[in-house]
Design a protein around this ligand. Structure first.
Ligand SMILES: Cc1cc2nc3c(=O)[nH]c(=O)nc-3n(C[C@H](O)[C@H](O)[C@H](O)COP(=O)(O)O)c2cc1C
Length: 199
């Protein structure tokens, strides 16, 4: 499976970190776009010195000793002429995890000023699956209207709101909850979280 993963600058680095961990372990191909703001947030939330998308990948691989099977292609955030800026390249789904309110607003307005926004725009116009994982609280009407409009345009809004009914024991468990929901939506079965059963 070929997907695009955008990491935008919202709180919750645990979500892309745990999603990447699992993704790297799976066969497939991924185009990775990381915004400068998200790198800054990784630095703050993991208290580590990362300065580039490759640093984030290396951090995930080393932290969890990942056996990498996925082919990852990093594409620069500012490269609006990259291969994946065109719908002539095919990918089945794009995920923006997490997604800032700024990126939500830009995608909704069709601005396409950077490669995350451009790819999201292409994903929608090509009628492929676009999953946006917003993180903000509380929401104002602008946020809510943008998300409603994106849903109407075909995107899936999957809030970074992990459930607690399966008794998570760690932050990693909360990250895996959201990662597992994203994997479900892009059609990849994982063992990240057991399916709910009342027994
Ligand atoms: C530490 C930190 C945490 C942030 N958390 C959020 C957040 O949870 N949600 C959000 O919408 N923006 C958040 N922001 C603001 C965005 O990073 C900012 O709007 C940025 O321009 C987003 O750009 P990007 O979407 O291109 O990455 C945060 C910024 C910093 C520095």
């Amino acid at each position: 499976m070929k997907i695009v993963l955008g990491i935008a600058g919202a709180s919750g680095s645990i979500y892309p970190a745990r999603f990447l961990k699992k993704l790297l372990e799976l066969e497939g191909e991924t185009f990775l776009i990381v915004s400068p703001a998200s790198i800054r947030i990784f630095r703050e939330e993991y208290t580590i010195k990362v300065g580039s998308p490759q640093d984030i990948l290396d951090f995930v691989i080393e932290k969890w000793n990942v056996d990498v099977k996925n082919k990852i292609h990093i594409r620069p955030f500012g490269d609006i002429g990259a291969d994946i800026a065109s719908g002539s390249n095919t990918w089945s789904s794009m995920v923006v995890l997490p997604c800032s309110m700024k990126t939500i607003a830009s995608i909704n307005a069709g601005l396409t000023e950077n490669l995350i926004e451009r790819c999201a725009d292409v994903t929608l116009k090509e009628r492929r699956r676009l999953i946006l994982v917003p993180r903000e609280t509380p929401y104002n009407q602008i946020h809510l209207k943008n998300m409603l409009s994106l849903d109407q345009a075909g995107a899936i809004i999957l809030p970074a709101s992990p459930g607690f009914y399966q008794l998570p024991k760690s932050l990693d468990d909360l990250g895996d909850f959201i990662a597992s929901r994203v994997f479900n939506l892009i059609g990849i079965e994982t063992d990240l979280y057991k399916k709910w059963s009342p027994e």
